[in-house]
Design a protein around this ligand. Structure first.
Ligand SMILES: NC(=O)c1ccc[n+]([C@@H]2O[C@H](COP(=O)([O-])OP(=O)(O)OC[C@H]3O[C@@H](n4cnc5c(N)ncnc54)[C@H](OP(=O)(O)O)[C@@H]3O)[C@@H](O)[C@H]2O)c1
Length: 308
């Protein structure tokens, strides 16, 4: 099969389309013929290889979420059939979705409804799963609470805005001016242009901060929380930094994979609570270009490979 091979740590030029062995379905696994796979910020971090993202072996196939069609069943798989359209996210610590095929545990993929395209399903899988784990399972956001979502135009935050609004929260988000119409359409009550306004000075009494930006933005976000508030983060604070307040909780979601959360994404779609993010499409051969954009950290919505 064809796959995007990461040939070493470094710039986007370390990615090239090449041949890789076809995956085989082990017990409990299915092989999925991938129709679409999405680009996540984690991918360029793995490519660069800093800190915990350092790989021991190359070539390596990046990519975590995908949508496609089941083309082989491993021993013991009885709840999926050949030809089923499915989508999902690889297990934590496992990658390989920038490819024409992937072997994955059947228990962590879900059937994709016919009305949802492969590109949209791939765009929703890890973003939706992460937002659900962060907002529902970790922050336990409640009706009437106020949440500040940092980086509202990104993939995870876009899902989180819609979900938080649905849960009955007041939603404040940060985005550059050009993305304000986009985040408002997702449901944000207030959009802050972080280049023109210092949120740490103008926002206060939040119950929850959901930080998808990280770095200094995370440290400065503590200022907006009320006593007893929760800061939930998925992008890290600066190395060695400690939470500056003891009267609030600092929480990191465990973004574990399972079918139930993928089905929750589908239920929210069916109910019209969420819609797929803005998507920019690429082919696998354009992986380096997609990575340049992703690493720039100003993507609106998602970058997705249309694989076949
Ligand atoms: N399992 C996990 O823990 C997990 C899962 C998924 C993602 N993540 C992490 O979560 C982070 C977000 O990922 P993502 O894919 O959703 O989005 P992303 O591509 O990393 O973020 C892009 C967005 O961030 C916004 N942005 C950049 N700088 C900003 C700033 N200073 N203030 C406010 N917004 C800013 C940009 O909007 P503007 O152009 O408007 O600035 C852009 O839309 C990444 O670090 C990723 O690695 C973690």
């Amino acid at each position: 099969m064809k796959a995007v091979l990461l040939t070493g740590h470094g710039g986007p030029e370390m990615l090239r389309l090449g041949d890789a062995p076809d995956p085989v379905a082990a017990p409990g696994e299915v092989v999925v013929d991938i129709h679409a796979a999405s680009v996540n910020a984690a991918d360029y971090k793995v490519r660069l290889g800093n800190g915990r993202y350092r790989l021991a072996r190359f070539p390596h196939i990046l990519g975590r979420d995908f949508s496609g069609v089941v083309s082989a069943l491993g021993p013991g798989v009885s709840d999926l059939a050949l030809g089923d359209a499915v989508f999902g996210v690889t297990e934590q610590g496992v990658e390989g979705a920038y490819a024409e095929k992937i072997a994955v545990k059947a228990a962590i993929v879900a059937r994709k409804p016919a009305g949802l395209g492969h590109v949209e399903a791939a765009a929703l899988a890890l973003t939706g799963l992460t937002a659900l784990r962060a907002i529902e399972d970790t922050a336990r956001l409640r009706a009437g609470e106020t949440i500040l979502i940092q980086g509202g135009a990104g993939g995870v935050a876009g899902f989180a805005i819609q979900l938080a609004k649905h849960l009955g929260a007041r939603v404040i988000t940060t985005a550059s001016q050009g993305n304000h119409a986009y985040v408002r359409a997702l449901g944000a009550d207030r959009a802050i242009d972080y280049q023109a306004e210092d949120f740490a000075k103008t926002v206060r009494d939040c119950d929850v901060v959901f930080d998808t930006v990280g770095g200094e933005v995370q440290l400065r976000s503590y200022a907006v929380l009320k006593t007893g508030g929760r800061l939930v983060w998925i992008a890290p604070a600066p190395e060695g930094a400690r939470p500056p307040r003891a009267d609030v909780e600092t929480l990191r979601p465990n973004v574990a994979r399972d079918r139930a959360h993928l089905e929750r994404i589908l239920a929210l779609l069916r109910e019209g609570v969420v819609r797929p993010p803005a998507v920019t499409r690429f082919t696998l051969a354009q992986a380096a270009e997609a990575h340049r954009l992703s690493e720039g950290r100003h993507v609106r919505g998602k970058l997705v490979f249309a694989v076949r």
